[in-house]
Design a protein around this ligand. Structure first.
Ligand code: ATP
Length: 310
């Protein structure tokens, strides 16, 4: 198949990071994944992927957070582009230029973000014009968070996180993300979660989101959302990086409405009462010396978007 008439010479896509307002980790499934119930929110911390035509796959990286990102075919953005070409029966290749602002191995799904961005970019580059519904199965096969990052907003994730339905969320949520010195590997955090559960002989129920959290989101009650933030992976992340506990304490002492390890960590997400409060919290966290660097962001924002100026 040759590319359709709408094919472009260069396509820029911006895609957001995510935070899990609630992450409930259920039993281990036969396929090696855990059964999850999660409430995702897309936040205004972005990577961009610029896709252009090329005779062979090519990838380069720029931005503040490139350390540890693979430049070979294991890069999730390249894998996503190749998966789309295969699914569409195209012999096309592309050059991808990724600008990364999302912390790597930070629990904010940066690699999945780049995959979602690459799907949307190559869909346009090759003139496929597939709908999000058509892109979604490819996204789900590549990674559990990728379907959510195609859509963004606030959403409930089930299965291993790849089955996504939107959640009504009123209001603007102001986040301060405390970045860690070193990343955490997601599989290692899940393994630690299993180890802690086994050691405690804990019963593991089928996971479900908390009705109160969904109610607080519907009402736009930011304070209640702050109180209800919850992450079953947090004990495992704290066990692997004990220093994170002091950062959580510091943010809460400095007035955050709530604080949580983001996804598998080690980034800590603090919810602030508003824009000014987020600014004050950022300054206080840096001044305390407990945190090397912070990023402010708001949510919810849309998922992977073609550059509106294109
Ligand atoms: P998640 O929360 O989705 O499990 P994370 O946010 O903790 O992941 P990522 O930044 O997505 O972590 O990176 C996880 C690993 O994926 C990295 O160590 C890196 O080796 C690999 N990776 C592959 N492609 C990318 C990419 N485009 N950007 C970042 N990491 C990538």
């Amino acid at each position: 198949m040759t590319p359709a008439a709408g094919a472009r010479s260069e396509v820029l896509v911006r895609a957001p990071a995510k935070v899990n307002l609630e992450l409930r980790v259920g039993p281990l499934r036969r396929d090696g994944f855990h059964q999850l119930a999660t409430v995702y929110q897309a936040v205004s911390l972005y990577d961009t992927v610029c896709a252009s035509p090329a005779d062979d796959w090519d990838l380069d990286l720029a931005g503040r957070t490139t350390s540890g990102v693979p430049l070979d075919t294991t890069n999730l953005a390249l894998r996503a582009a190749a998966a789309l070409a295969r699914a569409a029966g195209l012999g096309e290749r592309a050059a991808l230029h990724i600008t990364k602002e999302i912390p790597v191995s930070g629990g904010m799904a940066g690699g999945s973000t780049d995959a979602a961005a690459a799907l949307v970019a190559c869909n346009r580059l090759w003139g496929l014009d597939w709908s999000l519904d058509e892109l979604e199965p490819i996204a789900a096969r590549l990674g559990s968070d990728i379907p959510f990052l195609l859509r963004g907003g606030t959403a409930l994730g089930s299965g291993r996180g790849e089955q996504v339905v939107p959640v009504l969320a009123k209001g603007i949520y102001h986040w301060v993300f405390a970045l860690a010195e070193e990343g955490l590997s997601t599989p290692e955090v899940y393994a630690e979660c299993e180890r802690l559960r086994e050691a405690a002989a804990a019963e593991v129920d089928q996971p479900a989101p908390t009705a109160d959290l969904l109610g607080a989101l519907r009402a736009g009650d930011v304070r209640a959302v702050g109180r209800l933030l919850a992450n079953d992976l947090q004990p495992a992340a704290l066990s692997l990086q004990p220093g994170l506990a002091a950062i959580l304490d510091e943010g809460l002492a400095q007035g955050a409405l709530g604080g949580i390890v983001s996804g598998s960590g080690p980034t800590i997400a603090f919810l602030a009462a508003g824009r000014e409060a987020a600014l004050d919290l950022s300054v206080a966290l840096i001044a305390s010396g407990a945190v090397r660097d912070v990023r402010r962001a708001v949510g919810p924002v849309p998922g992977a978007q073609l550059d509106p100026t294109a």
